[in-house]
Design a protein around this ligand. Structure first.
Ligand code: NAG
Ligand code: NAG
Ligand code: NAG
Ligand code: NAG
Ligand code: ZN
Length: 482
């Protein structure tokens, strides 16, 4: 391997030799026992594979603690206590304020360095809402109004329904839409594609003269419960009330319409948008001993929708991002660079807290080594997703080998996440957690998102993966190449 040593690597090995000769930091000698990787031999190794392999023991210690040891089920218990106590926490709500206070206190008591960073977030309130089919028979429709929707007049909107399966069909039948409530019964293809109906359905229907929209929930599986989410009104288009209905009711009305039955629905919604609210991103750190200004960022969002418990979206991601720091601290480890957990606020409204964090901190862009986000559930982990340069990918390929004891040594092509995307676009290496998420959209943004869908062992594995990756990257001699 050394024979293929590129000039750059040789230069680095020279630098690391120098740093090993001048190891003057006070923490080092105290921590040598716990940190196999910081020994003198490891320092001189130029090849990244060998440098990373030096962390095999410490990775095992982290995994043992999280999966089999004293920290077993801790992230699950923390998530249960948090979501049982606070409940759901939509942007602008008192519950969200409570959630931030709860986490500030809990992470401070855990011995981490915690602070809050103020941001402004949207404040939409649902109010009372209901929908009823009046004709051809009377039937209550379960609905959830969509974030940012306007309300109806107090007496509601009662109108005939036009059922369509796609935006194309709506265009073709635009003359039939005037004055009607448009029901979208689009089939679920994937969340990424199908969510366009939730996001843009209201404005598309308003353009052809509809008075309200009811949209089939964006889910591959249903037991007759509606799923909410954010929606976007297009500038210059009339804002009409919009809500999601269940898959079952969307299909019911589609079948009725196919038979030529005339459907009439009454929709009542009190939804309104208040002035932006004050909130905070919650930040907890273990300061790096050598390069405190350089950062590996771990994250999940603390806000949720105003239904269920927000356990899966994204309480789990927030808790494993805290747990990772706890595991590292409990083992007496302290990496070269700062490990920073950020629990975002206002994610569900389009990464609002995260965007303000980026705007404030981008002056230090070059000091962000890796940004990590978990926001697709904390079920059984299957891989780490990564976006970065080829050279950074080579390093990460080695890092995930340390996860062999939990069988998650796969590095996949693309990191993703609403909250880290500004950093990714600016070229910062990014990683996200890929879990066995086939059930994620069953519960997403619905009353079904509760602790009951979480599993302690899965969360142990997610926490271990998160902690190993963050710790090792933060402790390598060199930041990841851009
Ligand atoms: C020091 O690091 C080398 C290279 O990674 C490793 O083989 C060795 O076991 C480590 N020694 C100690 C005492 O941890
Ligand atoms: C962790 O949870 C699993 C599954 O519920 C259970 O079998 C195990 O006893 C728990 N361990 C601890 C330490 O609570
Ligand atoms: C940027 O980094 C410097 C050096 O670590 C730090 O003092 C400063 O507070 C950082 N600025 C922001 C906005 O994070
Ligand atoms: C990893 O896979 C091995 C072999 O299939 C299995 O024995 C072990 O229990 C797995 N470990 C975890 C944490 O899933
Ligand atoms: Zn989320």
């Amino acid at each position: 391997m050394m024979s293929s040593c590129k000039r750059r690597l040789c230069f680095l090995s020279f630098l690391s030799l120098l740093s090993s000769l001048c190891d003057c930091h006070p923490h080092v000698s105290r921590m040598v026992g716990a940190r196999a990787a910081s020994n003198q031999t490891a320092r001189k190794v130029s090849h990244i594979a060998e440098e990373v392999a030096g962390y095999t023991d410490v990775a095992k210690q982290i995994i043992d603690l999280a999966v089999y040891g004293a920290a077993q089920n801790r992230s699950y218990r923390r998530l249960a206590d948090f979501t049982d106590t606070v409940g759901n926490r939509v942007s602008g709500s008192q519950n969200l304020e409570m959630a931030i206070k709860y986490m500030y206190k809990a992470m401070t008591q855990d011995g981490l360095d915690v602070h809050l960073e103020p941001v402004k977030i949207p404040h939409w309130v649902r109010g009372k809402e209901s929908a009823e089919m009046i004709s051809p028979r009377v039937k209550k429709l379960a609905i959830l109004g969509l974030g940012s929707s306007v309300g109806t007049p107090p007496e509601g909107i009662e109108s005939e329904v036009l059922v369509v399966q796609s935006f194309e069909e709506l265009k073709k039948r635009s003359s039939e839409a005037v004055g009607k409530i448009v029901v979208f019964n689009q089939p679920f293809v994937s969340y990424g594609l199908t969510v366009a109906y939730r996001a843009f359905g209201a404005s598309e229907a308003a353009k052809v003269g509809a008075v309200a929209t009811l949209i089939r929930s964006i889910t591959p599986f249903s037991i007759n419960s509606p799923h909410t989410g954010w929606q976007d009104y297009q500038d210059g288009v009339k804002q009409i009330p919009t809500a999601c209905i269940t898959v079952e009711d969307a299909e019911l009305m589609w079948r009725m319409a196919q038979r030529g039955q005339k459907i009439v629905v009454r929709l009542t919604m009190e939804a309104k948008t208040l002035p932006d609210a004050d909130s905070f991103n919650t930040v907890a750190e273990i300061k790096g001993w050598q390069h405190p200004e350089q950062v590996v960022l771990l994250s999940g969002h603390l806000d949720s929708w105003d239904v269920g418990q927000g356990a899966m979206d994204d309480g789990g991601g927030a808790m494993i991002s805290w747990e990772a720091l706890s595991l590292i601290k409990d083992l007496g480890l302290r990496p070269r660079r700062t490990l920073r957990t950020v629990l975002w606020t206002g994610e569900e409204q389009g990464g609002v807290g995260a965007q303000q964090y980026f705007n404030l901190h981008k002056v230090n862009l070059s000091n962000f080594d890796l940004v990590m986000e978990s926001d697709l559930g904390t079920f059984t982990p299957v891989a780490l997703q990564f976006t970065g340069s080829d050279s950074a990918r080579k390093v990460m390929e080695e890092v995930v080998q340390l996860l062999a004891p939990i069988n998650t040594t796969k590095l996949e092509a693309h990191g993703e996440g609403t909250d880290i995307s500004p950093w990714m676009q600016a070229g910062v290496p990014a990683a996200s957690l890929h879990v066995a998420d086939s059930r994620y959209f069953w519960f997403h943004h619905s009353e079904g998102d509760t602790m009951t869908v979480q599993n302690p062992q899965d969360m142990n594995l997610c926490s271990a993966l998160w902690a190993v990756v963050a710790y090792v990257v933060a402790d390598l001699e060199k930041m990841l190449d851009r």
